[in-house]
Design a protein around this ligand. Structure first.
Ligand SMILES: *Cc1c(COP(=O)(O)O)cnc(C)c1O
Length: 414
């Protein structure tokens, strides 16, 4: 039995496949919009307005960015093409946050030109930015709490993470930025990735609020906002629970009342840069089983491969799989579900219990709406798939065509 909901029936998806051959990713517009509204409603108490800057790297398609803009979101970018994509989708000025690291000068220059919020990753980036683009009016610095917080599996311990300023550097950084003419201030951190523990985000807010209190006093500066970063996890496994955003918001509100209002530092805006929780659960990789193979193990071979979804091979990540031909079937077979790369880790699942699957069956891999298509690559001559939008009226709209052999050859000088 499929324990995860799908926004389409077998008949609907077969109709879409007639027009758009597999594999493709399809994103559920209605669910993305409803989720965005729920997210904003949970944080509606935030003075000056809550904002989520959608992490463009999670799903870099302007059709999606446009939908999210309509729901009030900005864009979080970390490269020049991401800046251009956001601009293309109509997201402008301070609705863009540029949170990069190891940043090339040209990217700082473009971010400054677009009027984006530039979030600096290191103290040496202050003179670098000054030299190449000039010091912006708004200074935002990324904090790495180091041994303060426990890390998690993906991002590691903050101490081991390459991102951000140490505490001492942070204070010196704001002093420097003020001295160089910055007038407005924001504080950023991002310490978790795919974190399902809601208390983690409350704790992060508390750490940032404490820092705002300390630095405001020390340097006589007024903070406009704290940016709690992204990293809210999603329930990839059917038995996992989504992060309770209302609970997170309530906890952050309590800390805000005590630390920010209690020290007369309000209003302080609270913003985030979540990607995964915004689109992750609302994307599906639709593929066909093209072979089954029984040797020392039983295999299902798909027409998709890890070039379409790298997370299982990269992190051993779980993605739920539904056989649309037998969605309610008993999971009485054990399979490795593979792609066709000449790499033995090209597997969407290992030892997965599923109903019996046959060549020609339509297979849906769940939760591919973030860090799915986006992580694609061309290794082994694999071409990137199409992306479709399942619109609010139930029709499927092509928002990115599949790559062709001509695309693959287009950069060659031959
Ligand atoms: C990746 C990233 C995000 C988004 O992370 P999600 O897990 O998709 O929420 C936000 N901010 C920064 C700086 C990132 O690197």
């Amino acid at each position: 039995m499929s324990l995860k909901k799908l926004p389409f029936t077998m008949q609907q998806i077969e109709k879409i496949i007639e027009k758009h051959p597999t594999p493709f990713h399809i994103y559920d517009e209605k669910a993305i919009r409803e989720n965005a509204r729920r997210f904003y409603k949970a944080f509606s108490w935030v003075p000056g307005g809550f904002k989520n800057y959608f992490a463009v790297k999670a799903l870099p398609n302007p059709a999606i960015l446009k939908i999210l803009k309509e729901e009030g979101m900005g864009a979080d970018c970390s490269s020049l093409p991401e800046l251009l994509l956001s601009d293309m989708a109509g997201i402008k000025g301070e609705d863009i946050v540029f949170t990069s690291n190891d940043t090339p000068a040209a990217e700082f220059i473009k971010a400054k030109e677009l009027g984006a919020v530039i979030n600096l990753d290191d103290i040496t980036h202050i003179p670098f930015l000054e030299k190449h683009a000039g010091i912006p009016e708004l200074a935002c610095l990324r904090y790495n709490p180091g041994p303060l917080k426990e890390g998690n599996k993906i991002i590691g311990n903050p101490e081991e993470a390459k991102y951000g300023f140490t505490r001492e550097q942070l204070i010196e950084g704001y002093r420097l930025m003020k001295e160089k003419g910055a007038k407005r201030f924001g504080l950023h951190t991002m310490v978790a990735s795919n974190e399902l523990n809601p208390d983690y985000f409350i704790e992060t807010a508390e750490i940032l609020f404490d820092l705002v209190v300390e630095i405001s006093k020390k340097l006589s500066i007024k903070f406009e906002f704290v940016n709690l970063g992204g990293g809210i996890g999603i329930p990839y496994k059917p038995e996992q629970k989504a992060v309770d955003l209302e609970y997170v918001s309530e906890g952050i509100k309590k800390a805000y009342e005590k630390k920010i209002r209690g020290n007369s530092l309000d209003p302080l805006r609270i913003v985030m840069e979540c990607g995964r929780v915004v689109t992750g659960p609302y994307g599906y990789l639709v593929t066909k089983a093209i072979h089954t193979k029984n040797t020392y193990k039983n295999y299902i071979g798909l027409d998709a491969c890890m070039a379409n979804l790298m997370r299982p091979a990269l992190y051993g990540a779980y993605h739920h799989i539904t056989n649309m031909n037998n969605p309610e079937g008993k999971p009485d077979h054990t399979y490795d579900v593979t792609g066709s790369l000449c790499e033995n880790n090209d597997k969407f699942a290992i030892n997965r219990e599923m109903p019996e699957t046959k060549p020609g069956n339509t297979i849906v891999i769940h939760d591919t709406g973030a860090h799915g298509y986006a992580m694609g690559f061309n290794y082994n001559g694999k071409l990137r798939s199409a992306e479709l939008l399942l619109t609010t009226d139930g029709s499927a709209k092509l928002i990115r065509r599949a790559e062709t052999v001509e695309d693959y050859f287009s950069t060659l000088k031959f």
